[in-house]
Design a protein around this ligand. Structure first.
Ligand SMILES: Nc1ncnc2c1ncn2[C@@H]1O[C@H](COP(=O)(O)OP(=O)(O)OP(=O)(O)O)[C@@H](O)[C@H]1O
Ligand SMILES: [Mg+2]
Length: 225
């Protein structure tokens, strides 16, 4: 479970990115995080990723409260979380298989298990047979599929995506969203997005942010800004 309790995040020059934000996301929930630019969506994801400490309030991930103490266990905590970005962040000099297996290698997973996991993830994202291909030979949609495969290997139970369809045409954006839908019920999924078309169509829980405040938390449904 992910819980935010009155979380405020201030930056050194006085910028307030989040102001007393509270919500909980249960295991295997599917949530869209929406709101205009500067609303605080990325800040929420970064707090969950343990990139920031809250200025006040508590962020709890799977019963672990994020604190300067928990930061010492940061590698262990981050292992539970897979992240997907708008600009894919795929390493250009490594092939698809190497990109996806990197985190497993770092964790010293046996290579037979790595192979099994990578092939399973590639099949889920619809990229079987592309494992030896290099990123320069892939389309934007395919790069995002690689990023999703990379995020799900290693039995991560939380998947965070920051504007995952922002660099994709509408048709490809829907293909990517269908992959997230496939993961529904198996992982906790939080997707920050400006794509109102997708959010309104899928009728999932929507957390609406504005100016660092949580404006609405809708169980099911679309939204209007
Ligand atoms: N590292 C930082 N230092 C100072 N201010 C920051 C920092 N990160 C974010 N902010 C500020 O916090 C606010 C929220 O930013 P955030 O990136 O969370 O918004 P967002 O909802 O993700 O916006 P977008 O839709 O444009 O990605 C903004 O006013 C931003 O300028
Ligand atoms: Mg953002």
């Amino acid at each position: 479970m992910i819980a935010f309790e009155n979380v405020t995040k201030r930056f050194p020059l006085g910028n307030v990115a989040l102001e007393s934000v509270s919500f909980t996301v249960n295991d295997n929930d599917f949530v869209f995080l929406v709101g205009p630019s500067g609303a605080g969506k990325t800040t929420i994801l970064r707090l969950i990723m343990h990139e920031y400490l809250p200025s006040s309030g508590n962020v709890t991930i799977n019963d672990q409260v994020i604190s300067s103490k928990s930061f010492r266990k940061i590698h262990e905590l981050r292992r539970q979380i897979g992240v997907i970005f708008q600009d894919f962040k795929i390493l250009p000099e490594k092939n698809v298989y190497e990109n996806i297996s990197l985190s497993l290698k770092v964790n010293k997973t046996p290579s037979s298990q790595i192979q099994q996991e990578v092939l399973k993830a590639l099949s889920l994202v619809g990229l079987s047979k592309k494992e030896r291909v290099f990123p320069s030979q892939l389309s934007a949609g395919e790069l995002q599929r690689v990023a999703i495969a990379r995020a799900i290997v290693g039995n991560r139970d939380i998947i965070l995506a920051d504007e995952p369809t922002g660099n994709l045409d509408p048709k490809t954006a829907w293909e990517i969203m269908k992959i997230f839908k496939k993961l529904e019920g198996r992982k906790t999924i939080i997707i920050a997005t400006h794509n109102t078309d997708i959010v309104n169509s899928l009728q999932k829980r929507v957390i609406l942010m504005k100016d660092g405040r949580l404006i609405k938390d809708m169980k099911k449904g679309g939204y209007e800004l």
